[in-house]
Design a protein around this ligand. Structure first.
Ligand SMILES: NC(=O)c1ccc[n+]([C@@H]2O[C@H](COP(=O)([O-])OP(=O)(O)OC[C@H]3O[C@@H](n4cnc5c(N)ncnc54)[C@H](O)[C@@H]3O)[C@@H](O)[C@H]2O)c1
Length: 256
């Protein structure tokens, strides 16, 4: 992709699943990647794999629900990498399936802190410098749940829908500062989060099979299915795109 070599990127939740695949792909494009994760072990594994393949990455422990910790972590990454962050990928997320009427306030607070306040904290911390430098790319990993809703994921769906609208509004505010913001919506994807969601064994397989039946392309996603689109949106090839929401879900949802 054009314009990626020598850039820096922060990928939240890059210690696992989709975030790890995105971080790995960005590193192969010549980007120094900040692997931001609350799970230091997972982040360390991602960095080790990137370095073993000849790429550059830094592990940065960070809880995205804590704004003060986020600003410190961003400053530490920018100091270590030697430049202001060029690309932010808001990927970290979390949920556990439960009917809304069975959820409680503590659960709503946890889901919104990670899936809604987290991207907001990260974006505020990183986009301030991007706007001053008049250059930046932000890519949010939301979900098709935020576009069409998902049973058992009501509060999570609301957070992902909020992330989509947030990106559109901020894309308008920051367009003249040459900072673009676009959103990628995965469908069901085989990651540790999915395993926790559907479980293992015969019951888990039944749920996976029913998910596959709803996908025109006949499979659920793999973490690698999103990394190419994220690299494109971060590149000069996407210089004229902002405020867009793109589903990558095997045709599960189709938007005009
Ligand atoms: N897997 C799916 O089916 C699917 C579908 C649609 C959207 N998504 C979205 O894709 C993104 C990645 O999901 P995944 O399936 O790879 O999940 P995952 O659980 O494999 O990875 C999520 C990572 O986020 C990190 N994280 C969680 N809370 C954090 C916090 N407070 N601060 C910093 N890091 C934190 C975790 O430690 C983990 O490494 C999420 O935003 C998720 O909502 C996933």
């Amino acid at each position: 992709m054009r314009g990626l070599q020598g850039k820096t990127a922060i990928v939240t939740g890059a210690g696992s699943g989709i975030g790890r695949a995105i971080a790995t792909r960005l590193a192969t494009e010549g980007i120094t990647v900040g692997v931001f994760d609350i799970n230091a072990t997972g982040a360390g594994e991602t960095v080790a794999a990137i370095e073993a393949a000849g790429g550059k990455a830094l592990s940065v422990g960070c809880d995205i629900t804590d704004y003060a910790a986020v600003t410190e972590a961003v400053a530490a990454f920018e100091a270590q990498s030697g430049k202001g962050c060029d690309i932010l990928v808001n990927n970290a997320g979390w949920d556990t399936p439960m009917p809304f009427l069975k959820t409680d306030e503590a659960f709503w607070k946890k889901v919104t802190a990670i899936n809604w306040m987290g991207p907001l904290h990260m974006t505020h911390a990183v986009a301030t410098g991007m706007a001053q430098r008049k250059s930046g790319r932000i890519v949010n990993i939301a979900s098709d749940a935020g576009r069409v809703g998902s049973t058992g994921e009501v509060v999570y769906s609301g957070c992902k829908g909020a992330t989509i609208a947030f990106a559109k509004a901020l894309a308008r505010e920051l367009a003249r500062a040459n900072v673009t913001i676009n959103t990628v919506c995965p469908g069901p994807t085989e990651t540790p989060a999915m395993e926790a969601f559907v479980g293992t064994g015969e019951q888990g397989q039944k749920i996976r099979d029913s998910m596959v039946r709803g996908v025109p392309l006949g499979r659920i996603g793999a973490p690698d299915d999103y990394a190419g689109l994220v690299a494109f949106l971060a590149s000069d090839d996407a210089a004229f795109m902002t405020g867009q929401t793109i589903s990558v879900s095997g045709g599960l949802t189709m938007h005009g």
